[in-house]
Every structure is written in structure tokens, then in C-alpha cells.
Design a protein around this ligand. Sequence first.
Ligand SMILES: Nc1ncnc2c1ncn2[C@@H]1O[C@H](COP(=O)(O)OP(=O)(O)OP(=O)(O)O)[C@@H](O)[C@H]1O
Length: 225
Amino acid sequence: MIVVRDVAKRFTLHNQGGAVLEVMAAASLRVGPGECVGLVGASGAGKSTLMRMIWGNYRIDAGSIRVAGVELAGAEPRQVIALRRATLGHVSQFLRVVPRVPALDVVAEPLLSLGMDQDRARAQAAALLARLNIPERLWPLSPTTFSGGEQQRVNIARGFVHPWPVLLLDEPTASLDAANREVVLSLIEEARTRGAAILGIFHDEAARARVCTRLVDVSGFAVAA
Ligand SMILES: Nc1ncnc2c1ncn2[C@@H]1O[C@H](COP(=O)(O)OP(=O)(O)OP(=O)(O)O)[C@@H](O)[C@H]1O
């Protein structure tokens, strides 16, 4: 479902005299259905950079990244948007809050954009918010003023509300208490069991040991010194 082949990535820092940072030379990995692959490697090794290329936010300088058969190297923005709508899900570390949109609608939005009717979409969003222990009195409010952990749980609810076949998880258990961490780990296990291909960054070692079927060390993709 995710096939990364010989990917290279460099950053050119235009505001710092055009300095060039070669981050990755030949990254290759595969994530199949029902797998949860954890990216490991020292800080700065390129874990987030690789995830951002797969999410379609960073350009790929060489090589190929295919997600469910769609080539991301050189993809048009509309192809990336279509892929994200039905196929590629993402739980980022932080929620991008849109002022005035209630938490319930933030979570229901991916379902509405897939054409589900509003009542059903909201019912599914409500079930996940309840499971993630977001008090019902907060559902009609914008998450702008929510605590860090509450915002992260809204983000997680949004990331699991549709059964995306491919999921990217960036530190999904950071800043959660034990009970909510447990809920998130169960959601990941359920996604894996239904056959999702999952790629994640988990600094929480116990979480990684529990949900990952395999680890890939990104340091191995570094440019030779
Ligand atoms: N937008 C960017 N512009 C310039 N350099 C960047 C950019 N994004 C990442 N880098 C550089 O790429 C390298 C890899 O960064 P990345 O964030 O992918 O590492 P990481 O393995 O996720 O680290 P951490 O575990 O600390 O989050 C770093 O040296 C970083 O400075």
C-alpha cells in the first residue's frame, strides 16, 4: 500500500545563503495491509521528512513514493487531495483548528466530504469523541480553547473516523493520559486488524512495542558522509 523506492531529499535554505542540506539519499520501504511499521532513528535522521513526503507536503527530489498505486513524485495537488479524501489518513501531532467550527463537525468533516449524510456522520463522530473521553458539553464548541490533550484527542477522532486503508501516525500518544493512550492504542490495533497499512513515529517505546509489527531505522537512508 505504501511503496517508497530510492527516495532522495534535500533542503535548500534560500534565506541562509542557499545552503543545501542533504537529508536522505536512497530511502526504500514498504508497508503492506495489516502492517504497522514504526520509523525509528536519531533525532534529525529524517522520520518526519519521510512522513511529510508520503503525505504529499514535501516534494520528492528523486525516486518514487506510491500510495495505493498513486505516484506522489510529481503528483498534481488535486491527485493528492483525492488520495487524502478516501485512501490516505493522517494523525498529525497538532490539530489545525478552524475557529468557529464545533469539535463534532471537525471530526465529522472527512465523512461529509465523502458524501455521508450529516446525521450519520455526526453520530459516528460523536461515538469516537465519547470513546476518547471528550465530554459531551465540549462537542458543540470550537476546539480553539481546548487543552493540548483535548485537541490531540479531537485530532485522533478525526484521523480514525473513516477507515482509511493507509494511515500515517505522528506521535499519536504524545501528551495523553494512561486511559486515553489505551484507547488510541486500541484504535490503532483495530485499524491494523481491519487491514490498514500503517506507518508511524512513536517515541513512546511501550506503545511502539505493542502496536508495531516492524521497525525501520531511517538512519540507514542517510547520505554517506
Ligand atoms: N522544512 C525544512 N527546511 C530545512 N530543513 C529541514 C526542513 N525539515 C526538516 N529539515 C531538516 O531535515 C533533517 C531531518 O529532520 P526531521 O524533522 O525529518 O527529523 P526527525 O527524524 O523527524 O527528527 P525528530 O525525531 O527530532 O523529530 C534535519 O536536519 C532538519 O533540520
